[in-house]
Design a protein around this ligand. Structure first.
Ligand SMILES: *Cc1c(COP(=O)(O)O)cnc(C)c1O
Length: 426
């Protein structure tokens, strides 16, 4: 069968395919640069695994307390080496990115301390962790105060505002790398370095933590290489490579990681307990695959940006700017288009392709949300997934794709659905 017929058998008409191929043709140079970053990061991971002498025995399962879980300890050494930290906590007992951030923050902050976000409001799920929204067990309930300095309207750091907000109680500065679902630009690792340099020049003792979600392996450098004390992320995003079925990580300064570990398990226990339950192989193998998986997701994001920008829609990041995370936003201006887009992503999935996503009211959201995810791991956003709140400006956020070919099919299918609904002209 010819390629065109193969796509046709998947439901992609020749008009959509040709439009997509024309766009793809213009992206050769950018794709080559992404492949080079993946090549570099692939060696970073292999080198860390070789230096830590990863071996077959490290894939063995442990149960119960998990004392002397060799695989777990070596996995943490691999993360520490690859991300340039002194120590790491990489556990299936960390349930999500939010949980990892919660233990990093609550493990390192004490009553009377202040937390500062110098890059605007953090990711939504941290509102209740911090106490921006009242919640039982928040840092606020434990006497930790919070201060925030927004980015300036042009997206730059408000250095004077940050200087004025650093005080004798400031203990930890939380820097979110990815824009998440906000409208600000994502921070490059170099920009994070600039910010940390400024903060440390005023308060060298303050802990600089980076929320690294969605950023891992997008660049050759990670934030610990530019002065961060701690990086935190989720294993069902980039570094799990699609294979980790659960988990989160904290990598960085030994004392910071240790305090987080005492919070995760118990004071006195720390990193010594926590059985890996047979998940080590998935964690190692997922980390090994992560650089190429991230490359596929990045290609998909750039492909979508170029397709939808050329059709006249607003895309963030735009078709040409440099990338520092894997999230792509497309503003459609119409609810029908958001729905058609998500239906396309769902229809191209390997899992649950027969399901039709519909908008629904979700807890914590002020408008119905439509979500498309045909994932092997529930909620995994390194797999191709999209969601859009049904409210102006009718934007859809999408990310992931374990392979470039799947991301490509998903985006072509989204375009197919928009075309069929009469919402675009090709
Ligand atoms: C996804 C994400 C989180 C939270 O991770 P969950 O696994 O969804 O809890 C926090 N910060 C950023 C920037 C994220 O992208």
């Amino acid at each position: 069968m010819e390629m065109k017929e193969m796509y046709e058998s998947m439901g992609i008409c020749s008009q959509v395919l040709e439009f997509g191929l024309k766009i793809e043709d213009q992206l050769k140079e950018r794709f080559a640069a992404i492949d080079e970053t993946a090549e570099y990061n692939q060696m970073k991971v292999i080198r860390a695994m070789q230096e830590c002498r990863v071996s077959d025995i490290h894939f063995a399962a442990t149960t119960g307390y998990g004392y002397n879980d060799l695989g777990r300890d070596v996995l943490e050494a691999v993360y520490a080496k690859a991300f340039c930290g002194e120590d790491a906590l990489v556990r299936p007992q960390v349930m999500s990115g939010t949980h990892a951030l919660h233990i990093a923050l609550s493990g390192n902050l004490r009553p009377g301390d202040e937390l500062l976000s110098p890059v605007g409001k953090p990711y939504d799920t941290l509102d209740e962790v911090i106490g921006i929204r009242e919640a039982a067990g928040s840092l606020k309930e434990y006497g930790v105060t919070y201060r925030q300095v927004d980015l300036l309207p042009d997206g730059s750091f408000d250095f004077e505002g940050i200087r004025a907000s650093l005080n004798e109680r400031t203990k930890l500065v939380a820097i979110q790398r990815s824009k998440g679902y906000a409208t600000r630009p994502t921070l490059s690792v170099d920009r994070i370095g600039e910010l940390i340099f400024f903060i440390k020049s005023i308060r060298p003792d303050v802990i600089c933590m980076v929320d690294n979600c969605y950023g891992e392996f997008v660049e050759r450098k990670e934030p610990l290489e530019v002065g961060a004390d701690m990086i935190v992320g989720s294993l069902i995003k980039n570094p799990g490579g699609g294979l980790a079925p659960i988990g989160g990580y904290i990598v960085g300064r030994k004392d910071c990681v240790e305090r987080a570990a005492y919070r995760l398990s118990a004071p006195g226990l720390g990193k010594e307990v926590g059985a890996s339950l047979g998940l080590n192989q998935s964690f190692f193998q997922g980390f090994f695959l992560s650089p190429t998986v991230v490359a596929g997701a990045l290609k998909g994001a750039i492909f979508a940006a170029n397709i939808y920008e050329s059709l006249g829609f607003d895309v963030v990041p735009n078709s040409t700017e440099s990338r520092h995370d894997i999230i792509q936003a497309v503003t459609f201006g119409k609810p029908e288009a958001v729905i058609a887009f998500c239906k396309g992503i769902q229809a191209a999935a390997p899992v649950d392709s027969f399901v039709t996503p519909e908008p629904w009211d979700m807890p914590g959201y002020d408008a119905p949300v439509i979500m498309a995810a045909g994932a092997f791991v529930q909620g995994s956003s390194i797999e191709l997934s999209a969601d859009g709140p049904i409210k102006p400006p009718y934007a859809v956020y999408f990310q992931g794709g374990l392979t470039w070919y799947h991301a490509k099919l998903g985006i072509l299918m989204s375009l197919q659905k928009l075309l069929e609904a009469g919402l675009v002209d090709l």
